[in-house]
Every structure is written in C-alpha cells, then in structure tokens.
Design a protein around this ligand. Structure first.
Ligand SMILES: Cc1cc2nc3c(=O)[nH]c(=O)nc-3n(C[C@H](O)[C@H](O)[C@H](O)COP(=O)(O)O)c2cc1C
Length: 96
C-alpha cells in the first residue's frame, strides 16, 4: 500500500543556500534509495512538500520530518494522507 503526504510549513530559521543544498542532497539520496517520490519547494521561509511511497517508509520519514528542528510551524494548509493502490505522483503534479 502506498501513502501520499502533502504539507506546508514554516522554516524555523532563515536557511542559507548551503543549508538548502545539503537538505536536498540528503533527501534525494534517501528518497531514491527507498523509492520515495516527491516535490520539495522552499520560498520565503516556507516549505511545501509532497512525499509518496510505500506506506511504512513514508510514515517513518514524516515522523522524522516533524521532529526536524529546521521545521517551524506545520501550517497544515493542506495536509492529507491517503492509502493508494499505486504511486500516482505524476497525476498529482498535473492536478496542482
Ligand atoms: C522540510 C524538510 C523536508 C525533508 N524532506 C526529506 C525527505 O524527503 N527525505 C529525507 O530523507 N529527508 C528529508 N528531510 C530530512 C529529515 O527531516 C531528516 O533530517 C533525515 O531523514 C535524516 O534523519 P536521521 O538522521 O534521523 O536519519 C527533510 C527535512 C526538512 C526540514
């Protein structure tokens, strides 16, 4: 079973380009190795992310992200979880 999570959150501090680059490298490496797909956007001290993959892996990853001290307030503008029978991140991107 697959799970998709989408959220908007503030960043705890103003992040430098170097901070963002190392976050992206860390995330990409882990996500690729674990067949996790997604989108991560940072602008004006705000993160927008979609992560999708195998249910337990996404659940564990999201728990880590919630505890990450680079995350400020989870704005939950649109935070949703859904059990899916297949990955459909491409459809989600098209829908946005
Ligand atoms: C906004 C945000 C998004 C993140 N997204 C991911 C991600 O998609 N994949 C990932 O492996 N880590 C991501 N991280 C980093 C994790 O929070 C965490 O630092 C990382 O999984 C390593 O945790 P560990 O040292 O406890 O294993 C993100 C962090 C932030 C602040």
């Amino acid at each position: 079973m697959f799970l998709t999570i989408c959220y908007l959150s503030s960043a705890s501090d103003k992040l430098t380009i170097e901070d963002l680059e190392s976050l992206m490298i860390e995330a990409k490496e882990f996500n690729n190795a674990n067949n996790i797909r997604g989108v991560l956007i940072y602008s004006d001290q705000t993160f927008f992310q979609i992560i999708e993959g195998e249910y337990d892996k996404i659940k564990l990853l999201f728990e880590k992200i919630l505890k990450d001290n680079r995350i400020g307030i989870m704005l939950s503008l649109r935070y949703w979880k859904e059990s899916l029978s297949k990955q459909n991140i491409i459809d989600l991107i098209v829908d946005i």
